[in-house]
Structures are given as structure tokens and as C-alpha cells.
Design a protein around this ligand. Sequence first.
Ligand code: SF4
Length: 468
Amino acid sequence: MSEVASPDKTIEPIAPKIGFVSLGCPKALTDSELILTQLSAEGYQTSKTFEGADLVIVNTCGFIDDAVKESLDTIGEALAENGRVIVTGCLGAKAGEQGGNLVREMHPSVLAVTGPHATQEVMDAVHANLPKPHDPFIDLVPQAFGVAGLKLTPRHYAYLKISEGCNHRCTFCIIPSMRGDLVSRPVGDVLSEAKALFEGGVKELLVISQDTSAYGVDVKYRTGFWDGKPVKTRMLELVRTLGEIAAPYGAWVRLHYVYPYPSVDEIIPLMAEGKVLPYLDVPLQHSHPDVLRRMKRPASGEKNLERLARWREVCPELVIRSTFIAGFPGETEEEFEHLLDFIREAEIDRAGCFAYSPVAGAVANDIPGMLPEAEREARRARFMEVAEAVSIAKLQRRIGATMQVLVDSAPAMGRKGGVGRSYADAPEIDGTVRLLPPEKISKTMKVGEFTRARIVGAEGHDLIALPI
Ligand code: SF4
């Protein structure tokens, strides 16, 4: 650690500075949060620029080709502007064309490379290249959310990762080869982190993993403890307890990456009772049983249309978000039309779609019947046309309703309006609620607080609402 003289001639330590770039999905973001929490706890500071840093960490994504390119470009940029770079994340676990590590093959001068979810390895590489400051004062820097550590999201919402890895082997996906098999976090740790986040002001907790419905399978649903009480390491008990912890804070709990297994049926009544948000992110990827089989999707034998209909009977407010792949190898026109019919019939509220793109190392690349890129893109466009029509029609039905909205932005105390989200909108991936200036002069709005609003219009994927 270097030192500098302060105006009163005492010598003050200058903490080493680390530049940090976080790319990729919410799971990668939670890895970044763990590393940043540890860096902060040890007295490292962060730098907003590459030049101003003593060292740069790049947390990469390796899922699709565009993400790989973005990660490699970012590493190149950091090397050019700073020269001392540690790489972590999914791309760090990927093999290159010559059989070695891809990142090392492309950028041999990086200081260290680790795979995803490797806080300790990253910290070891940091310590080796930029010694840890030893300052008793700095070492006591408080963490933003207690046991939950630092968060990269705005203060009012946070991701809660409940497990790592995945036991499935979907043919288009290389995540298990990068992140390994399912490892569930102890239920007590997860619940303690949730409580710390609510105490720190989080109003919306987003539960993430690769397969939330599989929580606890690896530990045979072992019974853990939280707050002196036994709690099973299982999705139902986890979600019920999260709802109980959130209630006194008036906070939302939102579930992502849930597969349509029969066991999920038990969660829906909790949504109907208002314990957790009636929102499910169910990555279905396709509807046709033959395509699902070729994809080796979890729960591919389930009758999804009937299951979704039953869920909606129990909880009519339920919003379903999902992602799909158009133009999977061997997809016939008939199979694709089955998917379009499914979107219409299942009334998927929020649907995203990728045109199939080969991922290096994925089994699906060897499935016969690869479609030309133009056809894959054309099917994606056809899908989006149908999905948007469904989504817009559903948004139109909300006009006239009063909804609770979590405020994400509210310049001038909201007197000029703002932007928020209802229970139907997860941050970053869904639409928003555009809040008009309130009619009542006394009405103000603050970021991270809830407001009631009357829906007065819909515009694309967004709603327009008048705060009341
Ligand atoms: S469920 Fe399938 S797509 Fe999701 S992480 Fe596991 S293997 Fe990949």
C-alpha cells in the first residue's frame, strides 16, 4: 500500500484501487457482488476508470457468441488501458480452439483466470498481484447489507442466489460444464441474507438460480434452521418463509427460473394469498414435445398448457414470463406453429425469444436439421409478432385498474412524474409503468417506495399510470 502526506503532515494510507466490470446475467452479477463485498471488507477501493485503477477485474459471460465477443473485447480494452487484468466468470471456464483456456489463448498477458462463482480464487489472485492493505481502520469498513454484503443493484431491489450449478443437461446449454452440478446454499444462510436485505431497505427480492424448483434436491431436502426453527431446504418452505420475512417490511418476493414441475403447484396458493408476488419466470423454451425432447428440457413430459391453466384458476392474477428458442435444429414448420399456438392459448404475459444460435461445445450442434440463419431469424420475428400481440392485449385489460407500483425513478420528488414497476414487471427484463405527474399537489414519490396508481393507458410493453 502506498502512502501520502496529508496537509497536517501525518502519513495516511492510500487504499489500492480496483476497476471492476461485471458482464452477464443476474447470476454473474451476484458473483460480482460477492467479490466486491470481499474487496471492500479487506479495504480495497474501486476505481471508476481503467487508468485510475491499480488492477482491473473483468467478470465475463460465456453463454452465447455475442456475450463471448463482448467479454473478450472488454478484457482487451482493460489490458490496453490498464495492463493488469484478472478474469473471472463463465468465459474463464471455457476451452479454446487449441484445447487450452480460451481467455489465455486470446489474451495471454492476463494475470489470472478463474471460472464462475470463485470469490476465493479471485481474492487469491488479487492478493498475489496487489497486496491486501493492512489498516485497522479501513478493515472495519461496514458492509452495506450486513451478512448480505455489497449489492450492485439499486438499493431498493436485490437478487438472492439460492443455488449454484444445474443437474440438467439441456442440449443447447453449456452452463453445467461451466458451473457444475446443483449445489444448494444452506437454507439458513439464504434466509439470513434475505432478512439482512430487507433490513437494509430492499423492497423487492428477486430469487435466482439455474433451477429454482430444484432447490434442495442435492441435499435431499435436508432440514436446516433459521431463527431457531427447522426449515426444509426445499422450494415450498423457502418461498413460504421468504414471504413471512418480507411481510413486516411490506416487500415483494419475485421468483425466477422455475420449471413447471407438479411440485410448483404448491407455490401458487402462496401467490393467491399475497405471500409472494403472483409472478413466475418459467423458461419454457418451446411447446412441442418432440422439440422439448431434442432439447432435453426439464419437465419436458409435463402438459404445460393444462398446468398453466390450473395455476391461473388458483391465482387469476398470475403473470407468466418465459423465454423461447425459435429455429432449434430439426424444428419443422408444424412444430414452430405449435409454439405460436401455445403462446396464444397460454397467454404468456411476457415472452422473450432467441433465434437458435450454435454455442461452441453444445450437444445441440450435432442434432441433424440445422436451419439456415435467415430462417431462424424469420421465425424469431414471427414469434415476437404473436407474443407482442398477446402481451399488448393483456396490458390493455389493465387500463382502469389500480395497481401498486414500486418507484425506480422520481425526479423532483415525483412532481414531474417518474418510472416504476408493478408486480408484473421484473427489473431489466419486463416493461415499466410510466408515472404521470400526480394531480394532487401534495403527492410526492420517492425511489424505492411504493405508490398506488391508476392505469390510464398502455404503450408497447409499458403501462401509463396516474399516481393516486
Ligand atoms: S436447466 Fe438447462 S438451460 Fe438451464 S442451466 Fe440447466 S442445462 Fe442450462
